[in-house]
Write a protein that binds this ligand. Structure first.
Ligand code: TGC
Ligand code: FAD
Length: 392
């Protein structure tokens, strides 16, 4: 079992910009992760299973719907607090952050923003504590980057609708109690529906064989004539903009999370380089190793500044989709580059599970793909600055 020696790195005194409450929230999340998750995360990743016993603890540190109002069971926190919690979770493992960001931004957020009062009261408090877990079904086997082409659809039948289709690559699907599913109605308009485990014809097979995000459960959602009450439809917003609005929130959390993974790789490489002796000196004394470390902390610092400003804009309701895309793309790319460099700094030890770097590196291959690929985010920036759509 590995002892988690992580220390935060704050080269530009970013803590001065945080409130006392934000610092307390971050420190509480860090302490919980060190005590409860770090000792078991390597084994969970090796066994390819999400440690479900962590769910109540995640609820207690406010990781589920931190910004959801308290009357619905959320913590009523600001966006920077949300980001800091995601940073601390992904500092340990992207899969842990994934579970929390899906629950918060992709399940609780749409119910809060697009749901009825009855839906909010029924689902949000149980989701906030982790008693219920949700998942988000947008991607299909033949529609990933192009979700607007989805074929999952429903037809009306009295007080119900009959849902058919399939979703793939769905985080938390194998053990979720509910799924927020995006499907087309008879006019071809996209709507969100809350599908509950136990509804006849609804199954969630696990997808095995991932070399990435192994401590997060991923599955399919299969709908074979599933009868869903009309009262489970999210009626306040429809069209592709509804799921894309949820993605804005989740991508914001990922931008913060990626900083956590980068910090853990940098922290590990820095400590190792001071201890590892070659040619009679610590490898930290060699210029080439210093170049790697100096570039890592420079990139982390730039990402911290970018992301903090994004948090301010989001608190003011002014962050644009394109700004969020830029931060998600930049920070994940920064983290995966640092993971690769850090792994080299540890030499052969870098491939061992005694250190977290290889796991972060593999996890980040999913993070750079999900919630919009690296290239899709570049095209979002390109469209924003030129006014030209290069997707189609
Ligand atoms: P486009 O024509 O651009 O837009 C369609 C409609 O949506 C509106 N819109 C938005 N509304 C709200 N928020 C946003 N962020 C919005 N972006 C666009 C837009 O105005 C339009 O409205 P209207 O009224 O004119 O119809 O759509 P498009 O079909 O060209 O696609 C654009 C594109 C490629 C950028 C988009 O579809 C995209 O982002 N693709 C990537 C797909 C993606 O990110 N999937 C993520 C699945 S969930 C996931 O990965 C979870 S992993 C979680 C984990 O484990 O952490
Ligand atoms: P594709 O869309 O087939 O893309 C393949 C390649 O083509 C990519 O490099 C892409 O950038 C490129 N490409 C595509 N279109 C263009 C274009 N117009 N111009 C230039 N290049 C282009 N989805 C959910 O709905 N819910 C979840 O909970 C969820 N969890 C996930 C968990 C994991 C571990 C993973 C790996 C994925 C998850 N996803 C989830 C799915 C994820 O969002 C998709 O994988 C992602 O959106 C990309 O879709 P795709 O894999 O089908 O790739």
């Amino acid at each position: 079992m590995r002892t988690d020696l992580f220390q935060g790195h704050d080269y530009f005194n970013m803590d001065d910009l945080l409130t006392e409450e934000q610092k307390l929230i971050r420190d509480a999340a860090r302490a919980w992760v060190k005590q409860e998750v770090s000792p078991i995360i390597e084994e969970a990743a090796e066994k390819q299973v999400f440690p479900q016993h962590l769910l109540p603890g995640l609820g207690e540190i406010g990781a589920f719907g931190p910004y959801i109002p308290v009357e619905y069971g959320g913590a009523g926190l600001d966006q920077i607090s949300y980001g800091l919690i995601m940073q601390e979770l992904e500092r340990c493992d992207s899969g842990l952050r994934s579970t929390a960001s899906v629950q918060s931004s992709l399940v609780m957020y749409p119910i809060w923003k697009y749901g009825s009062e009855a839906q909010k009261m029924k689902y949000l408090p149980k989701l906030a504590t982790g008693e219920w877990i949700g998942c988000f079904g947008l991607t299909e086997p033949d529609h990933g980057s192009n979700p607007g082409g989805m074929i999952t659809s429903y037809v009306e039948d009295g007080d119900d609708v009959i849902l058919n289709g399939a979703k793939m690559w769905i985080s938390n699907a194998p053990f979720a109690q509910i799924a927020v599913v995006w499907a087309k109605n008879e006019e071809g308009r996209i709507h969100g529906l809350i599908v509950e485990r136990g509804m006849e014809g609804f199954t969630t097979p696990t997808m095995k064989g991932k070399w990435s995000l192994r401590a997060s459960d991923t599955g399919e959602l299969i709908f074979d004539n599933v009868r869903v009450p009309k009262s489970n439809i999210l009626t306040e917003k429809s069209g592709l903009g509804a799921p894309l609005g949820c993605l804005d929130s989740a991508r914001f959390g990922i931008a913060w999370g990626a900083i956590g993974a980068a910090l853990d790789c940098y922290d590990t490489a820095l400590r190792y380089s001071k201890e590892r002796i070659q040619f009679g000196k610590p490898i930290a004394a060699f210029q080439l190793q210093q170049k790697k470390l100096a570039e890592m902390i420079t990139e982390i610092t730039k990402a911290q500044l970018l992301t903090f400003r994004l948090g301010q804009l989001r608190n003011e309701g002014r962050a644009t989709t394109a700004q969020i895309s830029m931060a998600k793309r930049n920070n994940v790319d920064m983290a995966i580059t640092i993971a690769r460099e850090a792994r080299q700094m540890l030499g052969a030890m870098g491939i061992m599970n005694e250190y977290p770097i290889m796991r972060h590196m593999m996890n980040l291959e999913s993070v750079i793909t999900y919630e919009g690929t690296h290239d899709i985010h570049l095209l979002i920036t390109g469209m924003d600055i030129t006014g030209e759509n290069a997707f189609k």
